[in-house]
Ligand binder design. Structure first.
Ligand code: GDP
Length: 331
């Protein structure tokens, strides 16, 4: 059985004014589009676009706010949608005037909070690629202050907003998404623990658990993450999937470029080895280790086998608990 049925997937809503960059984010993060190609994305008139990518660990939906359409239209069941949402990402175009975006943000957050106070509110200050570092910090400070002042004026200081500086032209968008998704995974401490045990018993320096399709890492061991390592992992996943698409699928084989057999080893020129292995249908483990440690590959593979079993149990238990809760609530 598939332990990641839709009911347990983290659900994310992506919102923001038209042209703020929502479709581009979706295409780049979930559909491997290159950032330059987003320049040619067609503008749509739909308010709501569902992305039912069954291939990813995360499921999410996009909502547009084309000024004239009232999003609180009674035919639009926003209450039901907010209730089923784990995180609401609001995208603000930092290269544009953001007065209207801020007022939409305020309206959206206050409405959503009334329906579901457990939603995580995540604000992406987007398209920061054109800005200098000083400028980025200044923008973030300004947007942060204005948004929180608006909440304070409405006596809603208890609503917490998190801010991220993002761009589709570098890895910042993947990093921000990783953080958003990690907050939605209740088993995160267990996953981190399992990763810690796995790496210390195997002589591995760093390990990430990745959603292969989106390149979002859903967990890592407790040693600090550096951007370069993360970027290398993303590149490795791209290489593995590309090679597999080109050479791995034979003839009329309609299989997936990523399956139970998927694994790869890349030796970097600084005596580091990168090791990728399949964990579940959506997840892969990517490890960094020294060449000497890799000599004990048998031990690593044995430990990996135990790690993989534990991970599958963690997610299986979650499904069982959810199912029994559902049964109970139907009585
Ligand atoms: P949507 O209406 O919110 O879905 O916005 P789109 O995804 O259609 O994006 C509008 C424009 O913004 C497109 O021309 C994109 O190429 C551009 N864009 C999106 N993200 C970024 C970014 O991170 N940096 C820059 N410079 N442009 C971006």
């Amino acid at each position: 059985s598939d332990p990641f049925s839709s009911e347990v997937k983290p659900r994310i809503l992506l919102m923001g004014l038209r042209r703020s960059g929502k479709s581009s984010i979706q295409k780049v993060v979930f559909h491997k589009m290159s950032p330059n190609e987003t320049l040619f994305l067609e503008s749509t008139n739909k308010i709501c676009r569902e992305d039912v990518s069954n291939s990813s660990f995360v499921s999410f939906q996009i909502w547009d706010f084309p000024g004239q359409i009232d999003f609180f239209d009674p035919t639009f069941d926003y209450e039901m949608i907010f209730r089923g949402t784990g995180a609401l990402i609001f995208v603000i175009d930092s290269q544009d005037d953001y007065v209207e975006a801020l007022s939409r943000l305020h309206l959206t957050v206050t409405r959503a909070y009334k329906v579901n106070p457990d939603i995580n509110f995540e604000v992406f200050i987007h398209k920061v690629d054109g800005l200098s570092d000083d400028h980025k910090i200044e923008k973030q400070r300004d947007i942060h202050k204005r948004a929180n002042d608006d909440l304070a004026d409405a006596a809603l200081e208890r609503i917490h907003l998190s801010f991220y500086l993002t761009s589709i032209y570098d890895h910042s968008i993947f990093e921000a998404f990783s953080k958003v998704v990690q907050k939605l995974i209740p088993q995160l401490p267990t996953l981190e623990n399992l990763l810690n045990i796995f790496i210390s018993n195997s002589g591995i320096e760093k390990a990430f658990l990745f959603d292969v399709v989106s390149k979002i890492y859903i967990a890592t061991d407790s040693s600090p993450v550096d951007m370069q390592t993360y970027e290398l992992c993303c590149d490795m996943i791209d290489v593995v999937i590309d090679i597999s698409c080109i050479y791995g699928l034979t003839g009329d084989d309609a299989g997936s470029p990523y399956d139970k057999e998927s694994m790869a080893i890349i030796r970097l020129n600084n005596t580091t080895v990168m090791y990728l292995k399949e964990v579940t249908k959506f997840l892969a483990l990517v490890c960094f280790l020294r060449e000497e440690s890799f000599e004990r590959k048998g031990l690593i593979d044995y430990n990996f086998h135990c790690f993989r079993k534990a991970i599958q149990e963690v997610f299986d238990v979650r499904v069982k608990v959810q199912r029994s809760r559902k049964l109970l609530s139907q009585r």
